[in-house]
Design a protein around this ligand. Sequence first.
Ligand SMILES: Nc1ncnc2c1ncn2[C@@H]1O[C@H](COP(=O)(O)OP(=O)(O)OP(=O)(O)O)[C@@H](O)[C@H]1O
Ligand SMILES: [Mg+2]
Length: 328
Amino acid sequence: MSTRNKIIAVGGGKGGVGKSIVCANMAVTLALTGQRVILVDGDFGASSLHALLGISSPKYGFREYFDHSGLDSNGEDALLLDTGIANLKFVSGAGDIPGSADINIKNQNKVISYIQSLEADHILMDLGPGTNFHIIDYFNIAGKNVVVSTPEMTSILKSFSFIKATLFRRISQEFKSNSDIQHLLDLSKNPKAAEECYEISSLRQKVEDLHPQKLERVNEIIREFKPGLVINRVRRQKDIMMGDNLLKLAKKYLDVDVTLLGYLIESDDVRDSIDEMRPFLIKDPQSKPSENIQRIIGSLTNTNIHLVKKDDSIYVSQQIKLSSGWGQ
Ligand SMILES: Nc1ncnc2c1ncn2[C@@H]1O[C@H](COP(=O)(O)OP(=O)(O)OP(=O)(O)O)[C@@H](O)[C@H]1O
Ligand SMILES: [Mg+2]
Protein backbone atom coordinates (compact mmCIF):
# COMPACT_ATOMS: atom_id res chain seq x y z
CA MET A 1 0.00 0.00 0.00
CA SER A 2 1.28 3.50 -0.77
CA THR A 3 2.09 5.77 2.18
CA ARG A 4 -0.79 8.03 1.17
CA ASN A 5 -3.24 5.15 1.37
CA LYS A 6 -1.95 4.15 4.79
CA ILE A 7 -2.92 7.53 6.19
CA ILE A 8 -6.47 7.82 7.49
CA ALA A 9 -7.39 11.37 8.47
CA VAL A 10 -10.40 12.03 10.67
CA GLY A 11 -11.81 15.54 10.43
CA GLY A 12 -15.00 17.52 10.01
CA GLY A 13 -15.74 21.19 10.30
CA LYS A 14 -17.60 21.17 13.57
CA GLY A 15 -16.04 21.07 17.03
CA GLY A 16 -16.99 18.52 19.64
CA VAL A 17 -18.75 16.07 17.31
CA GLY A 18 -16.61 13.12 18.39
CA LYS A 19 -13.70 13.15 15.94
CA SER A 20 -11.17 12.23 18.61
CA ILE A 21 -13.31 9.49 20.17
CA VAL A 22 -14.00 7.92 16.80
CA CYS A 23 -10.38 8.23 15.63
CA ALA A 24 -8.86 6.80 18.82
CA ASN A 25 -11.21 3.81 18.88
CA MET A 26 -10.70 3.16 15.18
CA ALA A 27 -6.95 3.06 15.80
CA VAL A 28 -7.42 0.66 18.73
CA THR A 29 -9.62 -1.64 16.64
CA LEU A 30 -7.09 -1.82 13.82
CA ALA A 31 -4.30 -2.53 16.34
CA LEU A 32 -6.38 -5.29 17.93
CA THR A 33 -6.64 -6.96 14.55
CA GLY A 34 -2.86 -7.33 14.66
CA GLN A 35 -1.85 -4.51 12.34
CA ARG A 36 0.82 -1.97 13.24
CA VAL A 37 -0.93 1.31 13.90
CA ILE A 38 0.29 4.79 14.75
CA LEU A 39 -2.24 7.29 16.07
CA VAL A 40 -1.23 10.91 15.57
CA ASP A 41 -2.73 13.86 17.43
CA GLY A 42 -3.01 16.49 14.71
CA ASP A 43 -5.05 18.92 16.79
CA PHE A 44 -2.46 21.50 17.70
CA GLY A 45 -4.93 23.92 19.18
CA ALA A 46 -6.25 21.62 21.88
CA SER A 47 -4.40 18.34 21.97
CA SER A 48 -6.17 15.93 24.24
CA LEU A 49 -6.15 12.64 22.39
CA HIS A 50 -3.55 11.22 24.80
CA ALA A 51 -6.11 11.34 27.60
CA LEU A 52 -8.44 9.01 25.69
CA LEU A 53 -5.63 6.45 25.67
CA GLY A 54 -4.87 6.82 29.35
CA ILE A 55 -1.68 8.85 28.89
CA SER A 56 -2.05 11.73 31.32
CA SER A 57 1.04 13.70 30.40
CA PRO A 58 2.88 12.72 27.19
CA LYS A 59 6.63 12.94 27.58
CA TYR A 60 7.22 14.18 24.06
CA GLY A 61 5.06 15.67 21.36
CA PHE A 62 5.32 17.77 18.23
CA ARG A 63 6.11 20.84 20.32
CA GLU A 64 9.44 19.30 21.28
CA TYR A 65 9.93 18.22 17.71
CA PHE A 66 9.66 21.80 16.45
CA ASP A 67 12.38 22.75 18.87
CA HIS A 68 14.60 19.79 18.05
CA SER A 69 16.68 20.12 21.20
CA GLY A 70 13.49 19.23 23.09
CA LEU A 71 13.82 15.57 22.12
CA ASP A 72 16.24 13.10 23.69
CA SER A 73 19.09 11.28 21.93
CA ASN A 74 16.61 9.04 20.11
CA GLY A 75 15.56 12.06 18.03
CA GLU A 76 12.34 11.55 16.12
CA ASP A 77 11.90 8.04 17.51
CA ALA A 78 11.24 9.57 20.92
CA LEU A 79 7.95 10.88 19.52
CA LEU A 80 6.55 7.37 19.15
CA LEU A 81 5.01 6.79 22.56
CA ASP A 82 3.88 3.44 23.94
CA THR A 83 0.17 3.14 24.62
CA GLY A 84 0.13 -0.10 26.58
CA ILE A 85 -1.91 -1.57 23.71
CA ALA A 86 -0.10 -4.07 21.49
CA ASN A 87 0.66 -2.75 17.97
CA LEU A 88 -0.46 0.78 18.81
CA LYS A 89 1.95 3.72 19.10
CA PHE A 90 0.94 7.28 19.72
CA VAL A 91 2.34 10.64 18.62
CA SER A 92 1.21 13.52 20.79
CA GLY A 93 0.42 16.99 19.53
CA ALA A 94 1.13 19.02 22.57
CA GLY A 95 3.97 17.51 24.54
CA ASP A 96 4.24 19.05 27.96
CA ILE A 97 3.81 22.66 26.87
CA PRO A 98 0.19 23.61 27.59
CA GLY A 99 -1.94 25.71 25.27
CA SER A 100 0.02 25.18 22.07
CA ALA A 101 -0.68 27.86 19.50
CA ASP A 102 -1.16 27.62 15.75
CA ILE A 103 1.89 26.26 13.99
CA ASN A 104 3.76 28.07 11.24
CA ILE A 105 4.19 26.76 7.70
CA LYS A 106 7.74 25.51 8.33
CA ASN A 107 6.59 23.39 11.23
CA GLN A 108 3.51 22.29 9.35
CA ASN A 109 5.68 20.94 6.54
CA LYS A 110 7.92 19.30 9.10
CA VAL A 111 4.95 17.50 10.64
CA ILE A 112 3.68 16.41 7.22
CA SER A 113 7.08 14.98 6.23
CA TYR A 114 7.35 13.24 9.57
CA ILE A 115 3.92 11.62 9.22
CA GLN A 116 4.71 10.55 5.68
CA SER A 117 7.94 8.92 6.85
CA LEU A 118 6.26 6.79 9.54
CA GLU A 119 6.38 3.05 9.10
CA ALA A 120 3.16 1.28 9.98
CA ASP A 121 0.24 -0.50 8.37
CA HIS A 122 -2.08 2.35 9.25
CA ILE A 123 -1.46 5.91 10.39
CA LEU A 124 -4.52 7.58 11.87
CA MET A 125 -4.58 11.31 12.23
CA ASP A 126 -7.06 13.11 14.46
CA LEU A 127 -7.65 16.70 13.37
CA GLY A 128 -8.96 19.77 15.14
CA PRO A 129 -12.18 21.55 14.23
CA GLY A 130 -12.56 24.26 11.59
CA THR A 131 -11.80 24.68 7.92
CA ASN A 132 -8.64 26.72 7.90
CA PHE A 133 -5.91 25.74 5.52
CA HIS A 134 -3.57 24.07 7.91
CA ILE A 135 -6.28 21.67 9.01
CA ILE A 136 -7.41 21.00 5.43
CA ASP A 137 -3.80 20.44 4.32
CA TYR A 138 -3.35 17.69 6.91
CA PHE A 139 -6.63 16.17 5.86
CA ASN A 140 -5.43 16.19 2.26
CA ILE A 141 -2.23 14.21 2.84
CA ALA A 142 -4.37 11.18 3.63
CA GLY A 143 -5.52 8.64 1.09
CA LYS A 144 -8.54 7.89 3.25
CA ASN A 145 -10.57 10.84 4.46
CA VAL A 146 -13.14 10.35 7.20
CA VAL A 147 -15.59 13.09 8.12
CA VAL A 148 -17.39 12.86 11.47
CA SER A 149 -20.74 14.57 11.93
CA THR A 150 -23.60 14.42 14.38
CA PRO A 151 -27.13 14.03 12.96
CA GLU A 152 -28.11 17.69 13.52
CA MET A 153 -28.54 19.70 10.35
CA THR A 154 -26.05 22.33 11.61
CA SER A 155 -23.39 19.66 11.84
CA ILE A 156 -24.32 18.18 8.45
CA LEU A 157 -23.98 21.64 6.86
CA LYS A 158 -20.60 22.22 8.53
CA SER A 159 -19.45 18.86 7.21
CA PHE A 160 -20.57 19.89 3.75
CA SER A 161 -18.54 23.12 4.05
CA PHE A 162 -15.56 21.08 5.21
CA ILE A 163 -15.81 18.75 2.22
CA LYS A 164 -16.19 21.71 -0.10
CA ALA A 165 -13.18 23.51 1.40
CA THR A 166 -11.15 20.30 1.06
CA LEU A 167 -12.08 19.85 -2.58
CA PHE A 168 -11.41 23.49 -3.46
CA ARG A 169 -8.05 23.35 -1.68
CA ARG A 170 -7.07 20.28 -3.71
CA ILE A 171 -7.89 22.07 -6.94
CA SER A 172 -6.17 25.24 -5.76
CA GLN A 173 -2.97 23.35 -4.82
CA GLU A 174 -2.93 21.64 -8.19
CA PHE A 175 -3.07 24.95 -10.04
CA LYS A 176 -0.83 27.00 -7.77
CA SER A 177 0.69 29.02 -10.58
CA ASN A 178 -2.57 29.73 -12.39
CA SER A 179 -3.81 33.08 -11.13
CA ASP A 180 -7.23 32.80 -12.83
CA ILE A 181 -8.03 29.55 -11.09
CA GLN A 182 -6.55 30.82 -7.84
CA HIS A 183 -8.82 33.81 -8.03
CA LEU A 184 -11.85 31.62 -8.63
CA LEU A 185 -11.04 29.44 -5.67
CA ASP A 186 -9.59 31.77 -3.13
CA LEU A 187 -12.68 32.30 -1.05
CA SER A 188 -10.82 34.32 1.55
CA LYS A 189 -9.60 36.95 -0.92
CA ASN A 190 -12.65 36.78 -3.11
CA PRO A 191 -15.79 36.59 -1.00
CA LYS A 192 -17.96 36.53 -4.12
CA ALA A 193 -16.38 33.21 -5.04
CA ALA A 194 -18.32 31.59 -2.24
CA GLU A 195 -21.55 32.33 -4.10
CA GLU A 196 -20.33 32.08 -7.66
CA CYS A 197 -18.65 28.73 -7.21
CA TYR A 198 -21.11 27.33 -4.75
CA GLU A 199 -21.88 24.62 -7.21
CA ILE A 200 -19.07 22.70 -8.82
CA SER A 201 -20.88 23.03 -12.14
CA SER A 202 -20.28 26.79 -12.14
CA LEU A 203 -16.62 26.29 -11.24
CA ARG A 204 -16.28 23.77 -14.07
CA GLN A 205 -17.94 26.20 -16.44
CA LYS A 206 -15.58 29.02 -15.49
CA VAL A 207 -12.50 26.81 -15.78
CA GLU A 208 -13.70 25.66 -19.18
CA ASP A 209 -14.19 29.26 -20.31
CA LEU A 210 -10.76 30.34 -19.09
CA HIS A 211 -8.61 27.23 -19.58
CA PRO A 212 -10.49 24.41 -21.35
CA GLN A 213 -7.40 22.17 -21.35
CA LYS A 214 -7.37 22.20 -17.53
CA LEU A 215 -10.93 20.93 -17.13
CA GLU A 216 -10.09 17.24 -17.32
CA ARG A 217 -7.60 17.54 -14.45
CA VAL A 218 -10.23 19.35 -12.37
CA ASN A 219 -12.68 16.53 -13.08
CA GLU A 220 -10.06 13.96 -12.11
CA ILE A 221 -9.47 15.67 -8.74
CA ILE A 222 -13.22 15.63 -8.10
CA ARG A 223 -13.47 11.93 -8.99
CA GLU A 224 -10.45 10.98 -6.85
CA PHE A 225 -11.88 12.61 -3.73
CA LYS A 226 -14.02 9.99 -2.00
CA PRO A 227 -14.61 10.95 1.61
CA GLY A 228 -16.19 8.54 4.08
CA LEU A 229 -18.77 9.67 6.61
CA VAL A 230 -19.35 8.59 10.21
CA ILE A 231 -22.49 9.76 11.99
CA ASN A 232 -21.88 10.04 15.73
CA ARG A 233 -24.24 10.35 18.70
CA VAL A 234 -26.99 8.39 17.00
CA ARG A 235 -30.06 7.91 19.18
CA ARG A 236 -32.66 6.65 16.72
CA GLN A 237 -32.91 5.19 13.26
CA LYS A 238 -33.84 8.59 11.83
CA ASP A 239 -30.43 9.98 12.90
CA ILE A 240 -28.58 7.58 10.61
CA MET A 241 -30.73 8.76 7.72
CA MET A 242 -29.46 12.32 8.28
CA GLY A 243 -26.22 11.15 6.71
CA ASP A 244 -28.09 10.79 3.43
CA ASN A 245 -28.59 14.54 3.40
CA LEU A 246 -24.83 15.06 3.31
CA LEU A 247 -24.40 12.43 0.61
CA LYS A 248 -27.04 14.20 -1.49
CA LEU A 249 -25.66 17.71 -0.89
CA ALA A 250 -22.11 16.63 -1.77
CA LYS A 251 -23.30 14.92 -4.94
CA LYS A 252 -25.60 17.72 -6.03
CA TYR A 253 -23.35 20.72 -5.39
CA LEU A 254 -19.84 19.24 -5.57
CA ASP A 255 -20.30 16.06 -7.62
CA VAL A 256 -18.40 14.31 -4.82
CA ASP A 257 -19.34 10.76 -3.84
CA VAL A 258 -19.41 10.43 -0.07
CA THR A 259 -19.69 6.92 1.40
CA LEU A 260 -21.50 6.31 4.66
CA LEU A 261 -18.98 4.19 6.58
CA GLY A 262 -21.16 3.69 9.62
CA TYR A 263 -22.32 5.32 12.82
CA LEU A 264 -21.66 5.42 16.55
CA ILE A 265 -24.53 5.50 19.00
CA GLU A 266 -24.89 8.01 21.82
CA SER A 267 -23.89 5.98 24.85
CA ASP A 268 -22.86 6.12 28.47
CA ASP A 269 -20.24 3.50 27.60
CA VAL A 270 -18.55 6.18 25.49
CA ARG A 271 -18.77 8.80 28.23
CA ASP A 272 -17.54 6.37 30.89
CA SER A 273 -14.58 5.37 28.75
CA ILE A 274 -13.56 9.04 28.51
CA ASP A 275 -13.85 9.50 32.27
CA GLU A 276 -11.87 6.32 32.86
CA MET A 277 -9.30 7.27 30.18
CA ARG A 278 -9.65 3.85 28.61
CA PRO A 279 -10.86 3.21 25.05
CA PHE A 280 -14.26 1.51 25.07
CA LEU A 281 -12.95 -1.04 22.60
CA ILE A 282 -10.51 -2.29 25.23
CA LYS A 283 -13.03 -2.19 28.02
CA ASP A 284 -15.62 -4.23 26.20
CA PRO A 285 -15.19 -5.06 22.51
CA GLN A 286 -18.70 -6.50 22.46
CA SER A 287 -20.48 -3.39 23.70
CA LYS A 288 -22.76 -1.62 21.23
CA PRO A 289 -20.38 1.33 20.55
CA SER A 290 -17.49 -1.12 20.08
CA GLU A 291 -19.52 -3.06 17.53
CA ASN A 292 -20.30 0.22 15.76
CA ILE A 293 -16.59 1.01 15.42
CA GLN A 294 -15.86 -2.50 14.15
CA ARG A 295 -18.47 -1.97 11.45
CA ILE A 296 -16.78 1.31 10.48
CA ILE A 297 -13.38 -0.40 10.27
CA GLY A 298 -15.07 -3.18 8.31
CA SER A 299 -16.29 -0.66 5.73
CA LEU A 300 -12.86 0.93 5.62
CA THR A 301 -10.90 -2.25 5.13
CA ASN A 302 -13.53 -4.28 3.31
CA THR A 303 -13.62 -6.93 6.02
CA ASN A 304 -16.01 -8.27 8.62
CA ILE A 305 -14.34 -7.82 12.00
CA HIS A 306 -15.55 -9.44 15.17
CA LEU A 307 -13.64 -8.88 18.42
CA VAL A 308 -14.27 -10.99 21.53
CA LYS A 309 -12.90 -10.61 25.07
CA LYS A 310 -12.12 -13.79 27.00
CA ASP A 311 -10.08 -14.14 30.20
CA ASP A 312 -8.91 -10.53 29.83
CA SER A 313 -7.53 -11.09 26.32
CA ILE A 314 -9.11 -9.82 23.13
CA TYR A 315 -9.42 -12.14 20.15
CA VAL A 316 -10.33 -11.31 16.60
CA SER A 317 -12.04 -13.05 13.75
CA GLN A 318 -11.78 -11.24 10.47
CA GLN A 319 -13.21 -12.17 7.11
CA ILE A 320 -12.67 -10.49 3.78
CA LYS A 321 -15.89 -9.32 2.18
CA LEU A 322 -16.46 -10.35 -1.39
CA SER A 323 -18.15 -7.16 -2.48
CA SER A 324 -15.96 -4.18 -3.30
CA GLY A 325 -15.44 -1.67 -0.50
CA TRP A 326 -14.93 2.03 0.03
CA GLY A 327 -12.77 3.77 -2.53
CA GLN A 328 -12.35 0.67 -4.70
N1 LIG B 1 -21.10 8.55 20.99
C1 LIG B 1 -21.06 9.35 22.06
N2 LIG B 1 -21.78 9.09 23.16
C2 LIG B 1 -21.74 9.91 24.23
N3 LIG B 1 -20.99 11.03 24.30
C3 LIG B 1 -20.24 11.35 23.22
C4 LIG B 1 -20.21 10.52 22.06
N4 LIG B 1 -19.38 11.10 21.16
C5 LIG B 1 -18.90 12.20 21.73
N5 LIG B 1 -19.40 12.36 22.98
C6 LIG B 1 -19.14 13.50 23.90
O1 LIG B 1 -18.65 14.56 23.13
C7 LIG B 1 -17.41 15.01 23.65
C8 LIG B 1 -16.52 15.48 22.52
O2 LIG B 1 -15.96 14.38 21.83
P1 LIG B 1 -14.57 14.52 21.08
O3 LIG B 1 -13.55 15.16 21.95
O4 LIG B 1 -14.23 13.23 20.47
O5 LIG B 1 -15.00 15.55 19.94
P2 LIG B 1 -14.06 16.26 18.85
O6 LIG B 1 -14.85 16.37 17.61
O7 LIG B 1 -12.76 15.57 18.78
O8 LIG B 1 -13.88 17.69 19.52
P3 LIG B 1 -12.82 18.83 19.05
O9 LIG B 1 -13.44 19.49 17.86
O10 LIG B 1 -12.75 19.73 20.24
O11 LIG B 1 -11.54 18.14 18.72
C9 LIG B 1 -16.88 13.83 24.43
O12 LIG B 1 -16.03 14.24 25.46
C10 LIG B 1 -18.13 13.19 24.95
O13 LIG B 1 -18.54 13.83 26.14
MG1 LIG C 1 -10.81 16.30 18.99
